[in-house]
Design a protein around this ligand. Structure first.
Ligand SMILES: Nc1ncnc2c1ncn2[C@@H]1O[C@H](COP(=O)(O)OP(=O)(O)OP(=O)(O)O)[C@@H](O)[C@H]1O
Ligand SMILES: [Mg+2]
Length: 353
């Protein structure tokens, strides 16, 4: 998050001109946009092309996005343009043509959702806390063809900024590709205040898919099905009752208790997340550690895993009181934070990007 320098004029100065501001969250699983004209939109980060003539006749479109891809996945060649929170394609080559186009089309679609009329458009875009310079530049390159100015900023910082958590707060943003942490201490956070871990929602899906397939060997389980079951029942608390889910085995419905497998998969996030949280707390200014521990905020789709706040609180209890909360709006927390930063950013900062 080193891109933003100290503002030299009042934030209000940036509001005086006729500019549309966007907050954009290009996520591995979902991409969202929030605008200064009060539009909020989100779309699964997937692009699909009809597989053949029949698919084209059926869908009546040369390209489809988001939910429509998921619904019609049998008819489409699907591309997920983001991996680990950044674009899959590499600017230095090696990428398939379709991967490059998929990124461009997804970004163009997200910008279209913002319903831009005319005039200057400025956007703040989220990236994983410790994304590389190349990955941030790739986002700028693709966005710059579509709008006037772009700044790329750490996602968990944007969540904190949007919630007004400027001081002594620890954001834990559990996405699909990355789990990002950022501690706030009253100034713009440095690299040492942030962590990016690569075990996040997609990793849980992989673990759960493997465990399910081992259990139900006579029926092929898709990643999509494993993901839907996870999103419906995810939890990390002690098992008190079973979770019965129906699977088609040899054409017939059979009930399986999948509680143990789901718990194991969801808990696979915990060891690395606990270490990163502990590290960020214990290396914080000792005088303020109490306050930091009492202001841990979970964001991202993974924040919906049941029992997560309680298990983090109990894991850290040896240090003293701990309080973990969940953002009210996990879908838009990043995009709304990005919009707020875009609107607060002095015009002189935009002029230099
Ligand atoms: N109820 C739920 N329980 C567990 N996981 C969930 C739930 N709802 C959504 N998720 C998971 O959250 C992840 C998506 O979250 P989010 O939209 O914040 O990610 P993203 O921003 O697209 O990814 P990233 O930030 O890594 O690029 C997916 O892995 C999804 O399966
Ligand atoms: Mg995200």
């Amino acid at each position: 998050m080193a891109e933003v320098d100290t503002p030299t004029e009042s934030p209000a100065a940036s509001q005086s001109n006729n500019v549309l501001y966007l907050g954009v969250d290009l996520g591995t699983s979902n991409s969202s946009v929030a605008t200064s004209t009060d539009i909020t939109r989100t779309v699964p980060s997937v692009v699909g092309w009809p597989k053949d003539l029949v698919a084209y006749k059926f869908l009546q479109k040369p390209i489809v996005f988001g939910e429509e891809c998921v619904r019609n996945r049998m008819s489409l060649d699907l591309f997920y343009p983001l991996e680990n929170g950044v674009f899959k394609f590499r600017p230095e080559g090696e990428s398939e043509e379709r991967e490059v186009v998929a990124v461009q089309e997804l970004v163009r679609h997200v910008i279209e959702l913002a319903e831009i009329q005319s005039g200057t458009v400025r956007a703040v875009v989220g990236a994983p806390a410790l994304a590389s310079v190349n990955d941030k530049q790739a986002i700028i390159d693709v966005m710059q063809d579509l709008i006037d100015s772009v700044m790329v900023v750490s996602e968990p910082f944007l969540v904190a900024y949007g919630l007004g958590l400027y001081n002594n707060a620890l954001i834990v943003d559990i996405g699909a590709g990355t789990l990002d942490l950022c501690r706030m201490h009253g100034t713009i956070p440095d690299d040492e205040d942030q962590r990016t871990l690569y075990k996040a929602g997609n990793y849980v899906d992989e673990q759960f898919h493997d465990l399910l397939q081992d259990k139900i060997q006579d029926s092929p389980i898709s990643r999509h099905l494993a993901n839907s079951i996870k999103e419906r029942y995810s939890f990390v608390s002690p098992i008190t009752e079973g979770i019965s889910v129906e699977f088609q085995v040899a054409g017939k419905p059979v009930l399986y208790n999948i509680a143990e497998e789901l718990k194991t998969a969801c808990e696979s996030l915990l060891p690395d997340m606990f270490s990163a949280i502990r590290e960020l707390i214990t290396t914080f200014e000792p005088e303020f550690q109490d306050e930091l521990r009492n202001n841990i905020v979970l964001a991202g789709g993974g924040s919906q895993i049941k029992g997560l706040p309680e298990i983090i609180e109990s894991h850290l209890s040896e240090f003293g009181a701990v309080r973990v909360t969940i953002v009210d709006d996990p879908v838009y927390a990043g995009a709304l934070g990005a919009l707020k930063l875009a609107q607060d950013m002095p015009e002189s900062e935009w002029a230099s990007v």
